[in-house]
Every structure is written in structure tokens, then in C-alpha cells.
Design a protein around this ligand. Structure first.
Ligand code: ZN
Ligand code: ZN
Length: 217
């Protein structure tokens, strides 16, 4: 994935103007973040199923308790998602890696200081049924309540496979996972490369639920 835009900093040096100290990258997920990180499953940007890297940040805010940040990075496309102290997930953009860090937009001065900053993670496309239903029973997503189906990933350039991956229950034209069903009820998921097509005769084109999940808690 050609997405390694040059970043001035590896991670935002500031968060809404306040300095952030980031820890080492690790593939360990602190227990307090396990639910969040496991639910990410595939990268919401490139769909990669490669193991994610994580780091924790501390924001020093005058006269407040330091705020905790938790970032998850896709090891394929380097897309970062930051979970803030209010449990809101933010997709980072190129500007966030500059000296100014991740800032709320300039505007009429100080609205009451509130976290998170203004720019919410891009609203995922509403997960509407757009195609054939995947041939498996759906269950409610534990985070947003939407219907999902579970698939097992197969080995490929993105990883060794064997992981459970939640998918939206209907085919989606923008999906990046080819799903086959050798036996009804058991889905196999294969992440598609950027210019790879699925075989519509034998496979379904599915959207990773990680890309559309609207977490409510
Ligand atoms: Zn990615
Ligand atoms: Zn969900």
C-alpha cells in the first residue's frame, strides 16, 4: 500500500495543543484496551489483517490529570487510530503528524475545553444491505449491535490466517474481503489486494465490520 506519506513525527507530538509523550510500540495490548483492540480486527483503511502495533500516550494538561491515549497502527499501511480518554476513536490524518499535532480547528476562542477534538473518525458508510447476504447466520456485534457474520481468515500475503473476522452480513461493492463458503455456515475470508478482484461466481465481496462498526459504548 503506497500510503507512507512522509511524517514529520511518528505520532502527533501534541493533542489539542498539549504535549504528548508516546511510549514504545509493542504488539502487546494492555488489558484495559483489549476489547477495543481486538474488535478492530482488520485495518479500517486497507483491510489488512496483519497484527497491529500499539502504543500508549500521555497528554500533559495543566491543572488536570494527564490524559491517556492509546494508538493502534496497521503494520501494512501505517494507518493510526487513536483512542482517547473518553473512549472515542480518531483516525489520524497527515496533518496530525506535524509539529502542531492533532488540533481542533481554529475558531472562536475557547469554547469550554473539551475532549475529544473536533474531528470525529470519518462516519463509516451506513452499512445497508447492498448485495447478497453472506451464507451464514448473523449475530449482533457486541459493540454497536449491528448484525455481523464471522469468518475465518485464510493464509495470504497479509498473514497466516486462522483469525476470526467479523464481516457485515451483506455483500458490499466497496468491500475488500473475498468470502467463500465451502459449507454453509462456515465462511472463509481472504483479504483482497488493492487491484485484485474477487470471483463473483464462487465468492462474495464482503466489508470488514471493523470498517463500519459504530461503537456505542
Ligand atoms: Zn492498513
Ligand atoms: Zn459493530
Amino acid at each position: 500500500m503506497a500510503t507512507t506519506e512522509a511524517r514529520v513525527h511518528d505520532l502527533p507530538p501534541r493533542w489539542d495543543g498539549f504535549p504528548v509523550v508516546w511510549g514504545e510500540w509493542t504488539d502487546e495490548i494492555p488489558s484495559t484496551y483489549r476489547l477495543h483492540a481486538e474488535d478492530l480486527g482488520a485495518c479500517g483503511r486497507c483491510g489488512s489483517l496483519a497484527p497491529m502495533e500499539h502504543s500508549r500516550g500521555t497528554v500533559d494538561v495543566p491543572d488536570r490529570r494527564p490524559l491517556a491515549l492509546f494508538v493502534t497502527r496497521c503494520t501494512d499501511c501505517r494507518h493510526d487510530v487513536v483512542l482517547d480518554a473518553d473512549d472515542v476513536a480518531w483516525d489520524l490524518e497527515p496533518a496530525d503528524y506535524t509539529d502542531g499535532g492533532s488540533e481542533r480547528p481554529a475558531g472562536p476562542p475557547p469554547a469550554p475545553r473539551r475532549f475529544p477534538p473536533r474531528r470525529p473518525a470519518p462516519p463509516p458508510p451506513a452499512p445497508r444491505p447492498t448485495g447478497r447476504p453472506l451464507p451464514a447466520d448473523s449475530t449482533p456485534c457486541g459493540r454497536c449491535g449491528a448484525r455481523i457474520v464471522w469468518a475465518i481468515t485464510v493464509a495470504g500475503p497479509n498473514g497466516r490466517g486462522g483469525k476470526s473476522q467479523p464481516l457485515d452480513p451483506h455483500e458490499h461493492p466497496d468491500g475488500n474481503v473475498a468470502v467463500s463458503s465451502p459449507r454453509r455456515g462456515r465462511l472463509l475470508a481472504r483479504a483482497l489486494m488493492a487491484d485484485e478482484q474477487h470471483d463473483p461466481h464462487t465468492e462474495f465481496l464482503a466489508m470488514p465490520h471493523a470498517a463500519t462498526c459504530r461503537r456505542t459504548t
